[in-house]
Design a protein around this ligand. Structure first.
Ligand SMILES: [Zn+2]
Length: 451
């Protein structure tokens, strides 16, 4: 069965290496729509921006206890959890510098210790641009990407008032800004070896996006055959990240730091939101384990073509879904118009139809649902998208992605019925994104009530 391991490795390697758009692109857009009519967020009183150093210094004794409980939770609840190295355990120490405390905190969470945690916000693209000079990209984001026009980070002063919706929506994007890069033993970083997480389970260790992927994807609903053959498929951490940040949020709310309550809450949502994307919740949407194994058997018998084709098609479909979604939401925001996707994000109709919020909700409800929707998503892509982009293994979409005006092409090429099919597929997926995000916030707020 090592051959199967191979097919998974290769599929993931290429699919992720090519993926510059990290799951739903720019979580801020859908998050503003998700929460703009949720009373607990939209009607909440303004809060004051607080530097991370102030929160950490004031609460380090309770943080020490919480981080120990988090490690015990991960140990008990995750299929794969390498223990935290003893030297990374967070211990309160009032005498150290703010920088040393921040570094100790991030290392104990096994997050990139150079993550800036600046005070900033990203405005709703539907609102007028703030009358402030934006921060440079590098003040917020450590990923080596050029600042694009869609990314604008505006500074907040310590103590400056800001509305809860902006803090929450901005924070849902933050984990894609470099928090989870180069954390592995084979990562080109000063801290990877110390983390104790082992080697990158799939992908290319030298690419930052590859190194963050196992924190933003989780394959919890594959056939037992797959886990048996390719154990590394379990080496992912979105559930750990969600739990770490959601419980930090609760701690911050309970101890009177609402800014960090909302910011950590938004950061925790990112991981849940990524798992509503079928290509982040299953290894190969639309293909059965039997097919993957069959293709690999053929490759081992000297017929690698089907395997190579599958790898490219998987990567292309993943990217096309995300680029189309991102382009569509951006266009709607610029034109200030509501389409089915904005209505679906905002609608609270399905929130109560899901099981009660609980510790396993992200795995058992959110990612199970996305994994089950993979086949339908692939069908809609095949129907609506230009054939070349989603069904031609000779064409590699990734390197061309920035040159392709995908939404315009679909407008020109697809029938109204096909365009509607992909729009309703994405509206449905983002309807789940909205409902699960609100349910998660209700869970955090309930847990944050002081006993
Ligand atoms: Zn992500």
């Amino acid at each position: 069965m090592t051959g199967l391991l191979n097919v998974c490795t290769v599929a993931l390697t290429l699919s992720i290496a090519a993926t510059q758009a990290a799951a739903w692109s720019d979580h801020r857009f859908p998050s503003y729509r998700t929460f703009e009519r949720m009373q607990e967020v939209a009607q909440a009183a303004s809060i004051k921006a607080e530097p991370l150093a102030t929160f950490l210094k004031a609460e380090e004794a309770s943080i020490e206890k919480l981080l120990a409980r988090q490690a015990a939770w991960s140990e008990a609840n995750l299929d794969f959890y390498p223990a935290l190295p003893a030297e990374l355990v967070f211990r309160a120490d009032a005498s150290r510098s703010d920088d040393a405390r921040k570094k100790a905190f991030l290392m104990a969470l096994r997050m990139a210790p150079n993550a800036p945690f600046a005070l900033y916000f990203q405005p709703d693209a539907r609102k007028p641009r703030p009358n402030k000079k934006p921060l440079p990209h590098s003040a917020v984001n450590t990923l080596p990407v050029a600042a694009s026009v869609a990314f604008s980070y505006f500074p907040l002063d310590a103590g400056e008032a800001i509305d809860v919706l902006s803090v929450l929506a901005t924070a849902t994007e933050e984990p894609d800004n470099g928090l989870d890069i180069k954390l592995w033993e084979d990562s080109p970083s000063d801290w990877g070896k110390a983390m104790g997480l082992g080697s990158l389970p799939f992908g290319n260790p030298s690419l930052p996006y590859s190194s963050q992927a196992p924190f933003h994807m989780g394959f919890y609903h594959e056939s037992p055959l797959i886990y048996k053959a390719a154990e590394f498929v379990r080496h992912t951490f979105p559930l750990m990240r969600h739990h770490q940040l959601a419980t930090l949020s609760t701690l911050a709310f309970r101890t009177g730091h609402p800014y960090w309550g909302w910011r950590f809450a938004g950061m925790s949502l990112h991981y849940l939101q990524d798992l509503t994307q079928p290509f982040h919740a299953s290894l190969s949407p639309g293909s059965s384990a039997v097919k993957m194994i069959g293709i690999n058997v053929l490759a081992m018998a000297g017929l690698p073509k089907w395997k190579e084709d599958m790898v490219i098609l998987l990567s292309n479909r993943h990217l096309v879904l995300e680029y189309f979604q991102a382009g569509w939401l951006l266009r709607n925001a610029i034109q200030q118009r509501d389409t089915s996707v904005e209505i679906s994000l905002r609608s609270m109709e399905r929130d109560a139809s899901y099981p009660a919020w609980g510790e396993n909700y992200v795995r058992d409800v959110v990612s199970a649902q996305a994994a089950a929707q993979g086949a339908s998503a692939v069908k809609s892509l095949l129907q609506a998208m230009p054939e070349n982009y989603v069904n031609n293994p000779q064409f590699d979409y990734g390197p061309q992605a920035d040159k392709i005006a995908l939404n315009d092409e679909v407008d020109r090429g697809a029938s109204a019925e096909s365009r509607q099919r992909i729009e309703s597929e994405i509206s449905n997926l983002l309807g789940n994104f909205g409902a699960h995000s609100r349910n998660a916030i209700r869970g955090i707020l309930k847990a944050s009530v002081k006993p």
